[in-house]
Ligand binder design. Structure first.
Ligand code: FAD
Ligand code: NDP
Length: 461
C-alpha cells in the first residue's frame, strides 16, 4: 500500500475486541499502525466480560453436575467451592490471554502505546502516558473505546458494585441482590446462585430480558426460579443503606432485603469521557454514543468508530465484524459490509438461551401469517439425574414462503446449538429443509428438525 505523509496510517484508540482486531488486520495488510490502550489488552470481553463470565459459568455448571451425579450412582462428599482458587485460576487464564493479545499485535507489527488516548484534531491523537504526553499524526483514526457500567441513580448506590468488581470480590457473597433484568443481571444471578449464593434478582419490568422472544423470557424465568433464584418482577428499589458489613435494600412498598453484595446490572454507557470528540468535531448521539454511518465513519471523515462506543449492538462478534469492515474499507477492496440481520446471541444462564432471527412478536409484525412450532420437554439426561429442568425449542416460520425466520431455545448448551442453526437461517433455510434434515439421536438439538405439528398459526396482523 502507498505510504501517506502522516507518521501513522492508522491509530487505534482502545485495545479491546474491536480495536485489537482492527489493528492486527490493518498491520497485516501493510499499514503502519499504533494502538493506544489505557488498561489491559483485550478490553471488556477478555478482562471483565465474556471470558471470565464464561469461566465462572463453567464453575457454576459443576455444582449442577455434582447434584445430578447422585442419580447416576455417584456418591460424592458435599462439594465446597474454593473461591480464592477459582479467582486465581481465572486471573491466570486472563493474564495468559493478555499476553496472547500482545504477542499477536507485536507479531503483526503493531506499535502498542500504553496510555490514555484522546483526539486532538481530525488526524491527531494525544497519548497521555505515565512518563508524559505525545501526539501521533495519523491518516486515519479508529475509536474503539468500548463501554462502562452505568449506575441507575438509586440513593446509596455507592454501596453496590458493578459487574467489573464481581470477578474479584474479596469474599464470596453468601447473599447477593442483583438489580436489573438484562443479560448481565440474569447471567450473574444464575452463575452466583449456581456457585452457592442465595440470590435475589430485582427487575423493574414485567419480565426479564427485554428484546428476547416473550415465550422464551417467561420460560427461562420459570427455570431460574425452579433452580432457586428469587426473581422479583415489577420491583422498584427505593435505596440502599449500610447495615454493618451488609447492605440493606429498601423496596418500594416497605420490604427490606439484606445482602453481602448488591450488583448493579442496569446497562452500560459508551466510553467517551475525555476523548476530545468535541474538539475534533465528532458528532455524538443523545446517549453519548459516537454517531457513525454504515461504513462506521464518524462525522469527521478520517475518524472511524466501532464496537460498544457506538452503542449499536454490544456484542464481541459485532465489534469484531465492524473492525474488519473498517480495515477492508481502508486497506482492502471495501466490499465487506457488516450485516446486523440474523445475529445469533446467547444468554449464559443455567439453563441458557440461544436465539437467532425474529421473535414471535417481530415475526407477526413483519411477516404477516406465521406458523409457530414449539416443543417443551424434559431432556433425556434428567430422566435419570432427577433434575426437574426442562427445555424449550421454538421455530417461527413465515407461512407464505416456508422460510424459518426465528429459532430459539432454552436448555443446556443453547449457544453451541444455535450457533450451527444460525448458518441455516442466514442461508434462508425453509421448514421443508429442516424437515428433510435427519436428526442426530439422541440429542436435544434434533428436536429442531423433528417438529411437525404447529403449536399455533397467526393470520396476518
Ligand atoms: P472493549 O472491549 O470494552 O474495549 C475498549 C478498550 O478501550 C478497553 O480496553 C479500554 O480500557 C480502552 N479504552 C477506553 N478509553 C480509552 C482511552 N481514552 N484511551 C485508551 N484506551 C481506552 N459479548 C458477547 O458477545 N458475549 C458475551 O458472552 C458477553 N458477555 C459479557 C459479559 C459482561 C459482564 C460484559 C460487561 C460484556 C459482555 N459482552 C459479551 C459484551 C462485550 O464484552 C463487548 O460488546 C465487547 O467487549 C465490545 O468491544 P469493544 O472493542 O467495543 O470495547
Ligand atoms: P441490558 O441493556 O441488557 O440490561 C439492562 C437492564 O437494566 C434492563 O433490564 C433494564 O430494564 C434495567 N435498567 C436500566 N436502567 C435501570 C434503572 N434506572 N433502574 C432499574 N433497572 C434499570 O444491559 P446489561 O448491563 O445487562 O448488559 C449490557 C450489554 O452487554 C448487553 O445489552 C449485551 O449487549 C452485552 N452482554 C452480552 C452478553 C452475552 O452476549 N451473553 C452478556 C452480558 C452482556 P428495562 O428492560 O426495563 O429497560
Amino acid at each position: 500500500m502507498a505510504r501517506g505523509t502522516h507518521d501513522w496510517d492508522l491509530v487505534v484508540v482502545g485495545g479491546g475486541s474491536g480495536g485489537v482486531r482492527a489493528a492486527r488486520l490493518a498491520a497485516q495488510r501493510g499499514a503502519r499502525v499504533a494502538l493506544v490502550e489505557a488498561a489491559a489488552l483485550g478490553g471488556t470481553c477478555v478482562n471483565v466480560g465474556c471470558i471470565p463470565k464464561k469461566l465462572y459459568s463453567y464453575a457454576a455448571g459443576y455444582a449442577q453436575a455434582f447434584e445430578e451425579a447422585a442419580g447416576y450412582g455417584w456418591q460424592l462428599q458435599p462439594p465446597v467451592l474454593d473461591w480464592e482458587r477459582l479467582k486465581a485460576a481465572r486471573a491466570q487464564e486472563i493474564a495468559r490471554l493478555n499476553g496472547v493479545y500482545e504477542q499477536m499485535l507485536l507479531a503483526a507489527g503493531v506499535r502498542i502505546l500504553r496510555g490514555w488516548g484522546s483526539l486532538a484534531g481530525a488526524h491527531q491523537v494525544r497519548v497521555q502516558a505515565e512518563h508524559g504526553a505525545d501526539t501521533l499524526e495519523a491518516a486515519h483514526i479508529l475509536i474503539a473505546t468500548g463501554g462502562t457500567p452505568t449506575r441507575p441513580g438509586v440513593p446509596g448506590e455507592d454501596l453496590a458494585v458493578t459487574s467489573d468488581a464481581m470477578f474479584d470480590l474479596p469474599r464470596f457473597p453468601r447473599r447477593l441482590v442483583v438489580l436489573g433484568g438484562g443479560y448481565i443481571a440474569c447471567e450473574f444471578a444464575s452463575i452466583f446462585q449456581g456457585l452457592g449464593a442465595q440470590v435475589q434478582l430485582l427487575h423493574r419490568g414485567p419480565q426479564v430480558l427485554r428484546g428476547f422472544d416473550d415465550e422464551v423470557r417467561g420460560f427461562v424465568a420459570g427455570e431460574l426460579r425452579k433452580a432457586g433464584l428469587d426473581l422479583r418482577l415489577d420491583c422498584r428499589v427505593q435505596g440502599l443503606q449500610a447495615a454493618g458489613q451488609a447492605v440493606q435494600v429498601q423496596l418500594h412498598g416497605g420490604e427490606r432485603l439484606e445482602a453481602d453484595v448488591v450488583l448493579l446490572a442496569t446497562g452500560r454507557a459508551p466510553n467517551v469521557a475525555g476523548l476530545g470528540l468535541e474538539l475534533a468535531g465528532v458528532r455524538q448521539r443523545a446517549d453519548g454514543a459516537i454517531e457513525v454511518d454504515a461504513q462506521h465513519r464518524t462525522s469527521v471523515p478520517s475518524v472511524f468508530a466501532v464496537g460498544d462506543v457506538t452503542a449499536r449492538v454490544q456484542l464481541t462478534p459485532v465489534a469484531l465484524g465492524e473492525a474488519m469492515d473498517v480495515v477492508e474499507r481502508l486497506y482492502g477492496e471495501g466490499r465487506r459490509q457488516m450485516d446486523y440481520a440474523w445475529l445469533p446471541t446467547a444468554v449464559f444462564t443455567h439453563p441458557g438461551i440461544g436465539s437467532v432471527g425474529l421473535t414471535e412478536e417481530q415475526a407477526r409484525a413483519r411477516c404477516g401469517a406465521v406458523t409457530v412450532y414449539t416443543s417443551e420437554f424434559r431432556p433425556l439426561r434428567h430422566t435419570v439425574s432427577g433434575s426437574s429442568e426442562r427445555c424449550l425449542v421454538k421455530l417461527l416460520v413465515e407461512t407464505a414462503t416456508d422460510r424459518v425466520v426465528g429459532l430459539h431455545m432454552v436448555g443446556p448448551e443453547a449457544g453451541e446449538i444455535v450457533q450451527g442453526f444460525a448458518v441455516a437461517l442466514r442461508a434462508g433455510a425453509t421448514k421443508a429443509q429442516f424437515d428433510a434434515t435427519l436428526g442426530i439421536h439422541p440429542t436435544i438439538a434434533e428436536e429442531f428438525v423433528t417438529l411437525r405439528t404447529p403449536t399455533r398459526q397467526h393470520a396476518p396482523a
